[in-house]
Ligand binder design. Structure first.
Ligand code: RRO
Length: 321
Protein backbone atom coordinates (compact mmCIF):
# COMPACT_ATOMS: atom_id res chain seq x y z
CA UNK A 1 0.00 0.00 0.00
CA UNK A 2 1.28 3.44 -0.90
CA UNK A 3 1.82 5.58 2.21
CA UNK A 4 0.85 9.24 2.46
CA UNK A 5 4.46 10.35 2.01
CA UNK A 6 4.53 8.73 -1.44
CA UNK A 7 1.38 10.40 -2.68
CA UNK A 8 3.05 13.65 -3.54
CA UNK A 9 0.75 15.36 -1.06
CA UNK A 10 3.17 16.28 1.68
CA UNK A 11 4.70 19.36 0.07
CA UNK A 12 1.34 20.89 -0.86
CA UNK A 13 0.08 20.19 2.66
CA UNK A 14 2.82 22.24 4.23
CA UNK A 15 1.64 25.24 2.25
CA UNK A 16 -1.60 25.46 4.29
CA UNK A 17 -4.09 26.68 1.75
CA UNK A 18 -7.71 27.48 2.54
CA UNK A 19 -10.13 28.68 -0.15
CA UNK A 20 -7.23 29.74 -2.33
CA UNK A 21 -5.60 31.69 0.51
CA UNK A 22 -1.98 31.03 1.36
CA UNK A 23 -1.74 30.68 5.12
CA UNK A 24 1.51 30.80 7.07
CA UNK A 25 0.25 27.96 9.29
CA UNK A 26 -3.08 26.19 9.88
CA UNK A 27 -4.22 28.12 12.99
CA UNK A 28 -6.80 30.93 12.78
CA UNK A 29 -9.09 32.52 15.40
CA UNK A 30 -12.67 31.59 16.20
CA UNK A 31 -14.99 34.51 15.45
CA UNK A 32 -15.62 36.81 18.41
CA UNK A 33 -12.77 35.57 20.59
CA UNK A 34 -10.01 37.99 19.60
CA UNK A 35 -10.52 41.72 19.15
CA UNK A 36 -7.68 42.60 16.77
CA UNK A 37 -8.37 46.33 16.96
CA UNK A 38 -8.22 46.36 20.77
CA UNK A 39 -5.16 44.07 20.70
CA UNK A 40 -3.38 46.52 18.39
CA UNK A 41 -4.10 49.30 20.84
CA UNK A 42 -2.74 47.19 23.70
CA UNK A 43 0.32 45.64 22.03
CA UNK A 44 1.14 48.11 19.23
CA UNK A 45 3.35 47.00 16.37
CA UNK A 46 4.51 43.96 18.32
CA UNK A 47 1.16 42.40 17.43
CA UNK A 48 1.83 42.60 13.69
CA UNK A 49 5.36 41.27 14.04
CA UNK A 50 4.02 38.03 15.47
CA UNK A 51 0.31 38.04 14.67
CA UNK A 52 -1.04 34.91 16.40
CA UNK A 53 -3.29 33.72 13.58
CA UNK A 54 -2.76 32.82 9.92
CA UNK A 55 -6.03 34.54 8.98
CA UNK A 56 -8.28 36.82 11.01
CA UNK A 57 -12.02 36.17 11.43
CA UNK A 58 -14.07 39.18 12.59
CA UNK A 59 -16.72 39.16 15.30
CA UNK A 60 -20.18 38.65 13.80
CA UNK A 61 -21.58 41.69 12.00
CA UNK A 62 -25.34 42.27 11.60
CA UNK A 63 -27.19 44.69 9.36
CA UNK A 64 -28.39 46.95 12.16
CA UNK A 65 -26.40 47.84 15.30
CA UNK A 66 -27.15 45.62 18.31
CA UNK A 67 -26.74 46.21 22.03
CA UNK A 68 -26.33 42.53 22.87
CA UNK A 69 -27.86 40.67 25.80
CA UNK A 70 -28.40 42.12 29.28
CA UNK A 71 -25.70 41.27 31.84
CA UNK A 72 -24.39 39.03 33.27
CA UNK A 73 -22.96 37.72 30.00
CA UNK A 74 -20.34 35.28 31.22
CA UNK A 75 -20.10 32.32 33.55
CA UNK A 76 -16.85 30.54 34.23
CA UNK A 77 -16.91 26.75 34.24
CA UNK A 78 -14.38 24.30 35.63
CA UNK A 79 -13.34 23.58 32.04
CA UNK A 80 -14.32 26.61 30.00
CA UNK A 81 -17.07 29.15 30.14
CA UNK A 82 -20.61 30.02 29.08
CA UNK A 83 -21.23 33.20 27.10
CA UNK A 84 -24.46 35.00 26.51
CA UNK A 85 -23.06 37.96 24.64
CA UNK A 86 -25.93 38.30 22.18
CA UNK A 87 -24.09 39.74 19.19
CA UNK A 88 -23.38 43.31 20.23
CA UNK A 89 -21.92 45.10 17.22
CA UNK A 90 -21.98 48.48 15.50
CA UNK A 91 -23.89 47.24 12.44
CA UNK A 92 -22.82 46.83 8.82
CA UNK A 93 -22.50 50.48 7.84
CA UNK A 94 -20.17 51.47 10.68
CA UNK A 95 -18.27 48.17 10.45
CA UNK A 96 -17.49 48.86 6.79
CA UNK A 97 -16.57 52.49 7.42
CA UNK A 98 -14.66 52.20 10.70
CA UNK A 99 -13.43 48.65 11.36
CA UNK A 100 -12.82 47.14 7.95
CA UNK A 101 -10.09 49.62 6.92
CA UNK A 102 -8.21 48.90 10.14
CA UNK A 103 -8.69 45.13 9.97
CA UNK A 104 -7.45 45.24 6.38
CA UNK A 105 -4.05 46.40 7.61
CA UNK A 106 -3.50 43.23 9.64
CA UNK A 107 -0.70 41.10 8.18
CA UNK A 108 -3.05 38.18 7.38
CA UNK A 109 -6.11 37.56 5.16
CA UNK A 110 -9.42 38.83 6.53
CA UNK A 111 -12.58 36.71 6.87
CA UNK A 112 -15.73 38.64 7.83
CA UNK A 113 -18.38 36.81 9.86
CA UNK A 114 -21.98 37.91 9.24
CA UNK A 115 -25.40 36.96 10.53
CA UNK A 116 -28.95 37.99 9.75
CA UNK A 117 -32.43 36.96 10.76
CA UNK A 118 -33.89 36.75 7.23
CA UNK A 119 -32.69 35.76 3.78
CA UNK A 120 -32.96 39.40 2.71
CA UNK A 121 -30.76 40.57 5.61
CA UNK A 122 -28.12 37.93 5.02
CA UNK A 123 -28.17 38.61 1.28
CA UNK A 124 -27.58 42.30 1.87
CA UNK A 125 -24.73 41.60 4.30
CA UNK A 126 -23.07 39.12 1.95
CA UNK A 127 -23.35 41.44 -1.05
CA UNK A 128 -21.99 44.46 0.81
CA UNK A 129 -19.10 42.60 2.44
CA UNK A 130 -18.08 40.72 -0.68
CA UNK A 131 -17.95 43.98 -2.64
CA UNK A 132 -14.99 45.06 -0.52
CA UNK A 133 -11.53 44.22 -1.82
CA UNK A 134 -10.16 43.96 1.73
CA UNK A 135 -12.25 40.84 2.38
CA UNK A 136 -10.81 37.42 1.47
CA UNK A 137 -13.83 35.31 2.49
CA UNK A 138 -17.12 35.46 4.35
CA UNK A 139 -18.19 33.27 7.25
CA UNK A 140 -21.95 32.87 7.50
CA UNK A 141 -22.95 32.50 11.14
CA UNK A 142 -26.05 30.32 11.20
CA UNK A 143 -25.20 28.98 14.63
CA UNK A 144 -25.24 31.65 17.35
CA UNK A 145 -26.81 30.00 20.41
CA UNK A 146 -27.85 33.36 21.81
CA UNK A 147 -30.12 34.67 19.05
CA UNK A 148 -33.00 32.44 18.06
CA UNK A 149 -33.50 33.23 14.39
CA UNK A 150 -29.89 32.70 13.29
CA UNK A 151 -29.73 29.36 15.02
CA UNK A 152 -32.87 28.10 13.32
CA UNK A 153 -31.36 28.65 9.89
CA UNK A 154 -28.42 26.43 10.78
CA UNK A 155 -30.19 23.73 12.73
CA UNK A 156 -32.03 22.20 9.80
CA UNK A 157 -30.61 21.05 6.43
CA UNK A 158 -33.61 22.42 4.52
CA UNK A 159 -33.35 25.86 6.15
CA UNK A 160 -29.62 26.01 5.46
CA UNK A 161 -30.17 24.97 1.84
CA UNK A 162 -32.84 27.64 1.37
CA UNK A 163 -30.60 30.30 2.90
CA UNK A 164 -27.71 29.39 0.62
CA UNK A 165 -29.96 29.34 -2.45
CA UNK A 166 -30.99 32.90 -1.57
CA UNK A 167 -27.59 34.36 -0.69
CA UNK A 168 -25.00 32.37 -2.66
CA UNK A 169 -25.67 34.30 -5.89
CA UNK A 170 -24.96 37.56 -4.02
CA UNK A 171 -21.60 36.42 -2.65
CA UNK A 172 -18.66 37.21 -4.86
CA UNK A 173 -16.27 35.77 -2.27
CA UNK A 174 -15.79 32.25 -0.83
CA UNK A 175 -18.48 31.37 1.73
CA UNK A 176 -17.74 29.44 4.92
CA UNK A 177 -20.86 28.20 6.74
CA UNK A 178 -20.43 28.05 10.53
CA UNK A 179 -22.36 25.07 11.84
CA UNK A 180 -24.09 24.62 15.14
CA UNK A 181 -23.55 21.62 17.40
CA UNK A 182 -27.05 22.20 18.81
CA UNK A 183 -29.01 20.20 16.25
CA UNK A 184 -29.87 16.64 15.36
CA UNK A 185 -27.24 16.22 12.66
CA UNK A 186 -24.52 18.82 11.98
CA UNK A 187 -23.26 16.47 9.23
CA UNK A 188 -26.62 16.61 7.44
CA UNK A 189 -26.54 20.42 7.62
CA UNK A 190 -22.96 20.38 6.30
CA UNK A 191 -24.01 18.15 3.41
CA UNK A 192 -26.87 20.53 2.57
CA UNK A 193 -24.43 23.46 2.71
CA UNK A 194 -22.10 21.64 0.32
CA UNK A 195 -24.90 20.83 -2.15
CA UNK A 196 -26.14 24.43 -2.11
CA UNK A 197 -22.89 26.24 -2.77
CA UNK A 198 -20.87 26.61 0.44
CA UNK A 199 -17.12 26.67 -0.16
CA UNK A 200 -16.21 25.46 3.34
CA UNK A 201 -17.76 24.73 6.71
CA UNK A 202 -16.56 25.66 10.17
CA UNK A 203 -17.50 23.96 13.43
CA UNK A 204 -18.28 23.89 16.25
CA UNK A 205 -19.99 27.00 17.54
CA UNK A 206 -20.78 26.89 21.26
CA UNK A 207 -22.95 24.23 22.88
CA UNK A 208 -26.09 25.55 24.55
CA UNK A 209 -25.90 25.53 28.35
CA UNK A 210 -26.93 27.47 31.43
CA UNK A 211 -25.94 28.32 34.98
CA UNK A 212 -28.00 29.28 38.01
CA UNK A 213 -27.36 32.25 40.27
CA UNK A 214 -24.63 31.18 42.72
CA UNK A 215 -26.49 32.98 45.55
CA UNK A 216 -29.11 30.25 45.42
CA UNK A 217 -32.03 32.31 44.14
CA UNK A 218 -32.94 29.48 41.73
CA UNK A 219 -32.84 32.06 38.94
CA UNK A 220 -30.76 31.85 35.75
CA UNK A 221 -27.43 33.62 36.14
CA UNK A 222 -27.07 34.82 32.56
CA UNK A 223 -29.08 37.77 31.30
CA UNK A 224 -29.91 35.74 28.20
CA UNK A 225 -31.01 32.82 30.43
CA UNK A 226 -29.05 30.26 28.37
CA UNK A 227 -25.69 30.71 26.69
CA UNK A 228 -23.00 28.90 24.75
CA UNK A 229 -20.46 26.59 26.38
CA UNK A 230 -16.90 26.79 25.03
CA UNK A 231 -13.40 25.74 26.03
CA UNK A 232 -12.00 22.34 27.03
CA UNK A 233 -15.50 21.19 28.05
CA UNK A 234 -16.53 20.95 24.39
CA UNK A 235 -13.33 19.54 22.89
CA UNK A 236 -14.60 15.97 22.67
CA UNK A 237 -17.84 17.18 21.08
CA UNK A 238 -15.85 19.07 18.45
CA UNK A 239 -13.69 16.07 17.68
CA UNK A 240 -16.69 13.80 17.15
CA UNK A 241 -18.59 16.34 15.05
CA UNK A 242 -15.63 17.28 12.83
CA UNK A 243 -15.07 13.58 12.16
CA UNK A 244 -18.75 13.05 11.35
CA UNK A 245 -18.84 16.07 9.02
CA UNK A 246 -15.63 14.93 7.28
CA UNK A 247 -17.29 11.61 6.50
CA UNK A 248 -20.15 13.42 4.76
CA UNK A 249 -18.54 16.31 2.85
CA UNK A 250 -15.54 17.04 0.65
CA UNK A 251 -15.46 20.74 1.56
CA UNK A 252 -12.58 22.23 3.51
CA UNK A 253 -13.33 22.19 7.24
CA UNK A 254 -12.29 24.76 9.84
CA UNK A 255 -12.31 22.74 13.06
CA UNK A 256 -12.60 24.32 16.49
CA UNK A 257 -13.67 23.59 20.04
CA UNK A 258 -11.49 23.65 23.16
CA UNK A 259 -8.14 23.78 21.38
CA UNK A 260 -5.44 24.72 23.90
CA UNK A 261 -2.35 22.93 22.59
CA UNK A 262 -0.71 21.71 19.39
CA UNK A 263 -1.85 18.20 20.30
CA UNK A 264 -5.48 19.33 20.38
CA UNK A 265 -5.05 21.05 17.02
CA UNK A 266 -3.38 17.94 15.57
CA UNK A 267 -6.31 15.82 16.78
CA UNK A 268 -8.82 17.98 14.86
CA UNK A 269 -6.64 17.81 11.73
CA UNK A 270 -6.38 14.05 12.13
CA UNK A 271 -10.16 13.60 12.12
CA UNK A 272 -10.59 15.75 9.06
CA UNK A 273 -10.14 19.48 9.64
CA UNK A 274 -8.02 21.42 7.15
CA UNK A 275 -7.49 24.41 9.41
CA UNK A 276 -7.98 24.77 13.16
CA UNK A 277 -9.42 27.77 15.01
CA UNK A 278 -8.55 28.82 18.56
CA UNK A 279 -11.25 30.55 20.61
CA UNK A 280 -11.61 30.52 24.38
CA UNK A 281 -7.88 29.87 24.95
CA UNK A 282 -7.12 33.31 23.49
CA UNK A 283 -8.95 34.95 26.42
CA UNK A 284 -6.38 33.40 28.79
CA UNK A 285 -3.43 33.99 26.49
CA UNK A 286 -3.77 36.39 23.55
CA UNK A 287 -0.72 34.77 21.92
CA UNK A 288 -2.15 31.26 22.21
CA UNK A 289 -2.64 31.01 18.44
CA UNK A 290 1.09 31.47 17.77
CA UNK A 291 2.08 29.04 20.53
CA UNK A 292 -0.35 26.41 19.26
CA UNK A 293 0.90 26.86 15.67
CA UNK A 294 4.50 26.36 16.90
CA UNK A 295 3.55 23.30 18.93
CA UNK A 296 1.67 21.89 15.97
CA UNK A 297 4.61 22.43 13.61
CA UNK A 298 7.02 20.74 16.02
CA UNK A 299 4.57 17.94 16.59
CA UNK A 300 3.95 17.36 12.87
CA UNK A 301 7.69 17.48 12.08
CA UNK A 302 8.40 14.87 14.73
CA UNK A 303 5.56 12.54 13.77
CA UNK A 304 5.93 13.06 10.02
CA UNK A 305 2.15 13.50 9.87
CA UNK A 306 1.28 16.57 7.85
CA UNK A 307 -1.96 15.50 6.22
CA UNK A 308 -4.85 17.92 6.55
CA UNK A 309 -8.48 16.97 6.36
CA UNK A 310 -9.37 17.29 2.69
CA UNK A 311 -6.15 15.64 1.59
CA UNK A 312 -6.64 12.92 4.14
CA UNK A 313 -10.10 12.23 2.77
CA UNK A 314 -8.87 12.22 -0.84
CA UNK A 315 -6.02 9.88 0.07
CA UNK A 316 -8.42 7.64 1.95
CA UNK A 317 -10.76 7.38 -0.99
CA UNK A 318 -8.08 7.03 -3.67
CA UNK A 319 -5.77 4.65 -1.91
CA UNK A 320 -7.86 3.00 0.75
CA UNK A 321 -5.45 4.23 3.39
O1 RRO B 1 -22.43 36.98 20.41
C1 RRO B 1 -22.70 35.87 20.87
O2 RRO B 1 -23.42 35.73 21.86
C2 RRO B 1 -22.20 34.62 20.27
C3 RRO B 1 -22.16 34.36 18.92
BR1 RRO B 1 -22.63 35.63 17.64
C4 RRO B 1 -21.79 33.09 18.46
O3 RRO B 1 -21.76 32.76 17.26
N1 RRO B 1 -21.44 32.16 19.40
C5 RRO B 1 -21.47 32.41 20.70
O4 RRO B 1 -21.16 31.53 21.51
N2 RRO B 1 -21.85 33.65 21.15
Amino acid sequence: MTGPSKLGLASSLREHRLLGLDLAHPVINASGTFDAIAARRAFGEALDERFPFAAFVSKTVTLAPRQGNPPPRLWELGAGMINSIGLPNKGLERFLAEDLPELATLPVPLIVNVMGSSHADVGELVAAVSARAEVAAIELNVSCPNVKTGLLMGADPGETAALLDAVRPRAAKPLIVKLTPNCASPAAVAAAAERHGADAVSLINTVRGMALDPRGTAQPWLGGVTGGVSGPAVRAVALAQVREVRERVNLPIVGMGGVQTGRHARDLLDVGADVVAVGTESFRDPLAGARIADELAAFSANSGNSLTGSEHRRATIAFGL
